[in-house]
Design a protein around this ligand. Structure first.
Ligand code: ADP
Ligand code: MG
Length: 499
């Protein structure tokens, strides 16, 4: 019943990156179905081990999704007795498949010859002039300089480096949540390997890590087209290591990587957790590039010290340069991001609609943008502008609680009311428990339900130190977990506040 496997493959194709799918999944064949298991054939022991370690759960999930029952997956190496396959034939096909599927490192690493040809070309003078005049780091006018190369050629370089054309500094909205990391990235882009090396960017999903990483690449290529920028996901790196090992061309891989790369941009390093061979290779690549003064920029979902499954020697190198984290944007930045997206995609976006969206989608820019794009598609279908009602319906469908935007004063007032004291008591500094407790509750609730930073909250609570607010918030974060009565009390307060 090979249909199960065909359907599972379609499901898997949705779940993993295309190159991963092509490399690891396409060549798996269905062998047979037994009572509670499905037997699949793989090309060799190496494939088998790798898939078992990395993708078995995913495959079993997909098979369960399409068959409706949990089935164990057994991988059998092609050519073994069980699989009854012709060994040599398989091997030949596999080599062919690899040749066809795999994009060699050289393609991404950029082309030295073309580069040289270019410096001899008619553009040499202008290119050199630009470089001599290259702005100093931190120069505000820097961003407005166009690429050194003619547009067409520049675009080619961008593609060669594996950069998304949209992920530039110009299209990145800066707010207080990302100001620091943005500054670090532009410093690195202005002076590769001279300011911070490596630059390590970390933060949650959909906050702009990949965007900033690639913006560095764009800026470097704009300024100096001779720089070989290599941008790749850690998964790509891993797949390239694997195929080089398999094809016994590890030396070639190393030389290419280490000689033909001036700037390495590597995305989502957490994905190599637990992958020892890849980590080892990355360690050597890192050292070689670092020692020859090449810039490295890395992104991750965690700070270096908190990456589980990453070797200590690697994690400590990640922290050698500068680590910068990226936080969810505050409401003004979210609105600005929406406005920018609307402008670049030619979407009609009313201020109130933008506000409503920004108030309700708080922690993921990708989701914020995605919702805007879906709303715009819907509005086009209905041939009318995006209305607040459409936003409200969409948020409902996304299970997002609305109308939670509420001020600190309202929270203080309602909490004071509940405990029969006055708002002035909460903002004051008297310490009896009957007052200090409600004050702390109000602090916790204000942090949870508003956008204010700790110092701002301190001010709004009558000029208290931010550490006082922080302590209250931490205390009740813990207590709510531990003590159901406290959790219950907060639920009551929230009902009172939100009606
Ligand atoms: P991450 O890599 O952190 O998961 P991405 O860089 O892929 O996030 O960002 C998700 C989406 O949000 C992208 O389309 C990106 O362009 C956009 N984005 C994130 N932050 C900003 C920002 N500050 N300004 C403009 N667009 C942003
Ligand atoms: Mg990313």
């Amino acid at each position: 019943m090979p249909n199960i496997w065909k359907a599972a493959l379609r499901d898997l194709e949705e779940k993993v990156r295309t190159d991963t799918f092509d490399f690891w999944f396409k060549s798996i064949d269905f062998l047979r179905r037994e009572d509670a298991s499905v037997h699949l054939t793989v090309d060799d022991d190496f494939f088998k081990a790798w898939i078992e370690e990395n993708y078995l759960d995913l495959i079993e999930d997909s098979i369960e999704t399409v068959s409706g029952e949990p089935l164990a997956v057994e991988l059998i190496v092609d050519g073994t007795e069980e699989a009854e396959a012709d060994d040599e034939q398989q091997e030949a096909e596999m080599v062919q498949a690899l040749d066809a599927d795999e994009e060699p490192v050289a393609a991404r690493v950029g082309r030295a010859e073309q580069q040289e040809a270019r410096t001899d070309g008619p553009d040499t003078d202008s290119a050199d002039a630009e470089q001599v005049d290259a702005p100093l780091p931190g120069d505000e006018d820097a961003a407005s300089d166009g690429p050194v190369l003619p547009e067409e050629e520049h675009r080619e370089r961008v593609v060669e480096a594996g950069l998304n054309p949209r992920y530039t500094f110009e299209e990145f909205v800066v707010g207080s949540s990302n100001q620091f990391v943005h500054a670090a990235c532009s410093a690195v882009a202005d002076k590769p390997a001279k300011s911070y090396n490596p630059l390590f960017i970390f933060g949650g999903v959909g906050l702009g890590k990949t965007h900033l990483l690639q913006a560095v690449g764009h800026r470097i290529i704009e300024r100096d087209p001779d720089q070989h920028v290599v941008n790749l996901s850690s998964e790509d790196f891993m797949n390239q290591v694997i195929s080089s090992i398999r094809e016994e061309r590890m030396n070639e891989f190393r030389t290419q990587f280490r000689n033909e790369c001036d700037v390495l941009l590597i995305d989502d390093i957490q994905t190599i957790a637990g992958k020892d061979a890849t980590q080892k290779e990355f360690f050597h690549t890192f050292n070689a590039l670092y020692n020859s003064g090449k810039q490295i920029v890395i992104t991750s979902d965690q700070p270096p010290g908190e990456l589980p499954g990453i070797e200590e020697r690697l994690a400590s190198r990640f922290a050698w340069g500068l680590c910068a984290d990226i936080q969810p944007p505050e409401i003004e930045t979210r609105i600005a991001i929406l406005e920018q997206k609307a402008e670049s995609d030619d979407i009609d976006l009313d201020d109130e609609v933008a506000l409503l969206l920004a108030q309700n989608i708080r922690t993921n820019v990708r989701e914020l943008e995605g919702t805007l794009v879906r709303l715009s598609a819907q509005a086009k279908l209905m041939d009318q502008p995006i209305s607040k009602q459409m936003v409200a319906d969409m948020l409902d469908r996304m299970n997002i609680d609305q109308n939670r935007e509420i001020g600190v004063d309202t929270i203080i007032e309602k909490v004071a009311d509940y405990f029969d004291i006055g708002p002035a008591d909460i903002k004051g500094s008297r310490r009896p428990r009957s007052i200090s407790r409600p004050r702390q509750y109000a602090m916790y609730l204000s942090r949870k339900h508003t956008e204010h930073s700790y110092p701002e909250l301190g001010r709004l609570f009558g000029g208290k130190d931010h550490t006082t607010v922080l302590a209250a918030v931490k205390k009740y974060e813990e207590k709510i977990e531990e003590d159901p009565e406290i959790a219950n009390l907060f639920e009551k307060l929230e009902t009172k506040i939100f009606g």
